[in-house]
Design a protein. Structure first.
Length: 469
């Protein structure tokens, strides 16, 4: 084999998966058909759950330094400020959930940080390598490129976007709907004479064909321009075209737009792949689900696909775990993606506020075949839930979870004897926080409770089932 895992696509999904595999010592290669990383701001919202993932992957400090909070929206009419609007329902940080407010980081900057972390861990990205086809057998996958030699991998992950070449080569369909038939312009621009303290919103009115929003991109000198157009409009992405739109819908003059650094147009839609796995090939990120940008869910759901798949691929490559372990990727992530797609569409249509649901802290896997809740009475979280942060006997749980291992929490009860506990897990013992309640909690490498029990009965059997030594 040329590599254990080939990841197609160097977006946030592919880079996050590459990081997770690299820290596990898995030989993985990321290939990207473009010559550089994606240059635009498109997915700029980092939700609290993804911040927890980034904490574990070792990039959160850099992400926080690169970005900032979301500014208050300033509503304009006829060149005057007429009101303010907060995009997100506020939430107080707590010991259980230290990150509660979304962070704004332009996608290009997030990718730069992930790329640097991947390189730090010894991983690499081969740019200018376009996948044109693949064939798989019982032992691996043969991947063909538009130029150069092909290669063999034990597993392939398609993280190559909504128009995924790999998904189409597999013949996996995608079912979806148009969320909004009106095309949107999204562009990163430089603008003179506009303050960076507010997200400037210009509602449609008068001769305007749609809204205009101009958001200062945290950590940069750029603004992100978003403009809506009537159905059927051909959107002009040139500097002159963007200047005309900005001048027509705001008090700004055309020349106030001094530079266009990146521009794109699209029609918001929601779509879900019929399958997330085909043999030795897995779909992740936009290749598996396409979201409306409303609510900032797409990039975050994609990174969490990678986080779910990484530890399972690592076990498979090492020959650990049952053959069915990789099946649980689709079992767990496809229902989550379907639910988040509905949420994104609801936010886009103004039916749901950005708040608790969009922070993604409540997502979990209670119905998964990997989840075992053995307690008759539960007074806190359940198996399948996200394991919250806390400080237990002087140990911060997120610090204990950080890394590619499993963690056993003995809360308000004695830790099991050595012969009853998996040798490879880290054990934390102490009083039971209210959020957890009393019991034993075996926390997966991706921060969800896999098994929970009032006693250690059944723990050894579960550990053997998931091949924990």
């Amino acid at each position: 084999m040329d590599t254990d895992v080939l990841i197609v696509g160097a977006g946030p999904t592919g880079l996050a998966l590459g990081i997770d595999l690299a820290r596990r010592g898995v030989a993985a290669l990321v290939v990207e058909r473009a010559d550089t990383l994606f240059p635009g701001s498109r997915g700029k919202g980092i939700q609290p759950r993804t911040m927890e993932v980034f904490d574990d992957l070792g990039v959160l400090d850099a992400i926080r330094e690169a970005g900032g909070g979301y500014p208050t929206q300033m509503i304009w009419q006829d060149g005057q400020r007429v009101g303010e609007h907060r995009m997100f329902d506020p939430a107080e940080a707590s010991e259980d959930s230290p990150y509660t407010a979304p962070l704004m980081v332009p996608q290009w900057r997030t990718q730069e940080i992930l790329f640097a972390r991947l390189a730090e861990l010894g991983g690499r990205v081969d740019f200018g390598r376009e996948v044109v086809g693949l064939d798989q057998d019982d032992d691996g996958v043969t991947v063909r490129f538009g130029a150069g030699d092909g290669l063999r991998a034990r597993y392939v992950v398609a993280a190559d976007g909504g128009r995924s070449t790999v998904r189409r080569a597999l013949g996996v369909g995608m079912t979806g709907e148009t969320v909004d038939p009106n095309p949107l312009l999204v562009a990163d621009v430089r603008i003179a004479g506009l303050d960076r303290d507010n997200w400037h919103v210009f509602p449609p009115g008068g001769e305007s064909d749609g809204f205009l929003a101009i958001c200062p991109l945290a950590g940069t000198e750029d603004f992100q321009v978003v403009a809506q157009f009537p159905e059927g409009t051909s959107v002009d992405l040139s500097l002159d075209g963007i200047r005309k739109v900005v001048a027509a819908r705001s008090h700004l003059a055309p020349e106030d737009v001094t530079e266009v650094r990146w521009a794109s147009d699209f029609r918001p839609r929601a779509a879900l792949a019929d399958r997330f796995r085909s043999g030795r090939v897995f779909l992740a990120g936009d290749a598996a689900h396409i979201h409306s940008p409303a609510g900032g869910q797409g990039l975050n759901t994609s990174v969490q696909d990678a986080y779910n798949l990484g530890w399972k691929l690592g076990a498979a490559v090492r020959g650990e775990g049952p053959a069915t372990l990789l099946d649980t990727y689709e079992e767990e992530r496809r229902p989550v993606a379907a639910g988040v797609l509905g949420l994104s569409t609801s936010v886009h249509r103004g039916e749901t506020k950005r708040g608790e649901a969009t922070r993604q802290l409540g997502l979990g896997y209670r119905e998964s075949s990997l989840t075992a809740e053995t307690r008759a009475a539960v007074d806190g979280i359940r198996a399948g839930d996200r394991a919250p942060d806390r400080t237990v006997a002087g140990v911060r749980l997120f610090d204990a979870f950080r890394g590619p291992h499993w963690t056993l929490l003995a809360l308000g009860t004695k830790a099991p004897e050595t012969r009853e506990a998996p040798a490879s897990v880290r054990i934390v013992e102490g009083p039971a926080p209210e959020t957890y309640g009393t019991g034993l909690f075996l926390v997966r490498p991706d921060g969800y409770v896999g098994w929970a029990g009032a006693t250690s009965q059944g723990l050894k059997e579960y550990a053997e089932r998931v091949a924990l030594g």
